[in-house]
Design a protein around this ligand. Structure first.
Ligand SMILES: NC(=O)c1ccc[n+]([C@@H]2O[C@H](COP(=O)([O-])OP(=O)(O)OC[C@H]3O[C@@H](n4cnc5c(N)ncnc54)[C@H](OP(=O)(O)O)[C@@H]3O)[C@@H](O)[C@H]2O)c1
Length: 244
């Protein structure tokens, strides 16, 4: 079997690093390209020559440069995972009340969670193969579901993931016209024990919190089994559909 290439964007993510390791474990890939804003420090990734790392600030010109570098070197990734997403930072906490909404937090979270993934997809349209199948999986979240929003709160995170889903749905329609070999996925990895969920794990039973390795294995299973039907699927870690 011809070996393939994979690309993990936002690769410093705890889930992204497990995705990178899980991709390597499959032994299906010659190269796994890892893109992050900062150098990857995970030694188990750095010690393997299968991984190629790129620093990128996710501006349009930088995204273009990274993809050109990858493709000029003769690589053509067909399994792509976009991990970028934040819920909180030193300065941002998820809003519980309307009075906690700030324009600057909303703008920052929308940029990272919704705008950056669509910038990558807008550049990838001119790079992905039109003759062999590719899958682009973007890490979304169940809280981006408008139907599922029973609890309220987390305005910026919820809305940014809903916006991400709409951007992906619109991109899937265009991809299906321009390149039907590409399948787009919006995936909810479950609650995963990472930097992102750490401050919010107290109310969740331990058995419902996944390790990043488990979440990564579920996501790769879905990516491998999905059919190329020109649709965007919004799925959880079990492969079950999430209502929009
Ligand atoms: N953990 C969970 O329970 C959970 C649940 C549902 C959905 N998710 C989603 O899963 C994805 C990965 O999350 P994680 O749990 O692995 O969190 P994490 O370890 O905190 O990863 C954060 C991710 O966001 C990116 N990022 C952070 N600040 C950024 C900035 N200023 N500009 C651009 N990118 C930035 C990082 O990319 P760099 O490599 O470039 O730093 C990295 O990909 C997110 O999209 C998250 O919403 C997680």
């Amino acid at each position: 079997m011809n070996k393939q290439e994979a690309l993990v964007i936002g690769a410093s993510s705890d889930i992204g690093q497990s995705v990178a390791s899980a991709l390597k474990e499959t032994e299906e890939f010659d190269n796994i390209h890892l893109v992050s804003r900062k150098p990857i420090t995970n030694t188990s990734l750095l010690n393997s020559s299968i991984f190629r790392t790129y620093i990128c600030d996710n501006k349009e010109v930088s995204i273009r440069r990274v993809l050109q570098e990858i493709y000029i070197a003769g690589s053509a990734p067909c399994s792509i995972v976009i991990c970028n997403g934040i819920l909180h930072s030193n300065k941002i906490s998820p809003e519980r009340r309307l009075e906690q909404i700030s324009a600057s937090s909303l703008e920052k979270i929308f940029r990272i969670n919704a705008i950056i993934p669509i910038l990558w997809l807008s550049e990838l349209i001119n790079h992905l193969s039109g003759t062999s199948p590719s899958v682009v999986a973007v890490l979304s979240a169940r809280v981006g579901s408008i139907t599922d929003n029973k609890l309220g709160g987390w305005y910026s995170y919820r809305a940014s993931k809903s916006a991400l889903n709409m951007l992906l749905k619109t991109a899937a329609i265009e991809y299906s016209r321009r390149n039907r070999m590409v399948k787009l996925l919006s995936l909810h990895p479950g609650t995963v024990d990472t930097k992102l969920s750490k401050p919010f794990q107290r109310s969740i039973p331990k058995e419902q919190i996944f390790t990043p390795d488990y979440a990564a294995s579920r996501l790769l299973k879905i990516m491998k089994s999905i059919s190329h039907d020109g649709e965007l699927d919004y799925l959880d870690w079990e492969g079950k559909e999430i209502p929009w």
